[in-house]
Design a protein around this ligand. Structure first.
Ligand SMILES: O=C[C@H](O)COP(=O)(O)O
Length: 246
């Protein structure tokens, strides 16, 4: 039985005062029967990790190298040292804004493992790819290219985020989400074996809200969500945590 995850990706939002959201969530949902992962902007990691909320804290990106002349970048080791246990890699905003390709995402996931972090590896098709009926081939190629050999349920979470659903208020139909998640699971099983692949949690991301989280999280092969905008407010993310804990 895979434990569900409610993961919040704050993206480039939040100053120190945003810690009050985590305190409010911990007060109401601290004992929820699911994993909660909060991925704030990196400067907030030590503050949030020090709250004693019981929630895991994650970074939003890392460099493949442990250290070196890479101005502005952060290594996985630095994130771990700051108090993170997880890191998102390959988010579509990184792939688009910073030209990250599958090979780089794979190297970042390996860096996360090297530092003892869980890699939350993001994949997902664009609207044009969906319209061209290429969702599954695109997903297969991203899985093959971005997920390193050695992925296990302990070191890897896969987040399926259709690019066209991120921040738009649009989501695929439940059938479509289930269809893609089944295909991801089958792809992982083909590569890593049935039992190991069963242990890898698959999150859905893209306009998850309090009103749709329970329905989405109940779908087969959906093990929770990677939530952007709705993770910024306790009144929105609280019900999403509750949906993951059902
Ligand atoms: O990482 C989170 C996703 O990009 C989803 O963002 P969203 O919930 O604002 O659509």
């Amino acid at each position: 039985m895979r434990r569900k995850i409610a993961a919040g990706n704050w993206k480039m939002n939040g100053l120190r005062a945003q810690a009050a959201v985590v305190e409010a969530l911990a007060a109401e949902h601290g004992g929820a029967d699911c994993e909660v992962v909060i991925c704030p902007p990196a400067p907030l990691i030590p503050l949030l990790a020090g709250l004693g909320s019981g929630f895991a804290i994650g970074g939003q990106d890392c460099h493949p190298a442990a250290s070196g002349a890479h101005t502005g970048d952060l290594s996985a080791e630095m994130l771990a040292d700051a108090g993170a246990s997880h890191v998102i890699v390959g988010h579509s905003e990184r792939r688009t804004d910073h030209g990250e390709d599958d090979a780089l995402v794979r190297a970042k996931a390996e860096a996360a493992w090297r530092a003892g972090l869980v890699a939350i590896i993001c994949i997902g098709e664009t609207e044009a790819e969906r319209d061209a009926d290429r969702t599954l081939p695109v997903i297969d190629a991203q899985l093959a290219g971005s997920v390193p050999d050695g992925a296990t349920g302990a070191n890897t979470v896969i987040a399926y985020e259709p690019v066209w659903a991120i921040g738009t208020g649009r989501t695929p139909s439940p059938d479509d989400i289930e269809h893609v998640h089944r295909a991801i699971r089958a792809g992982l099983a083909g590569r890593f074996g049935a039992d190991p692949s069963e242990a890898i949690r698959l999150l859905y991301g893209g306009s998850v809200k309090p009103g749709n989280a329970a329905e989405i999280f109940a779908l087969s092969d959906v093990d929770g969500g990677l939530v952007g905008g709705a993770s910024l407010k306790a009144e929105d993310f609280g019900p999403i945590i509750a949906a993951a804990a059902r």
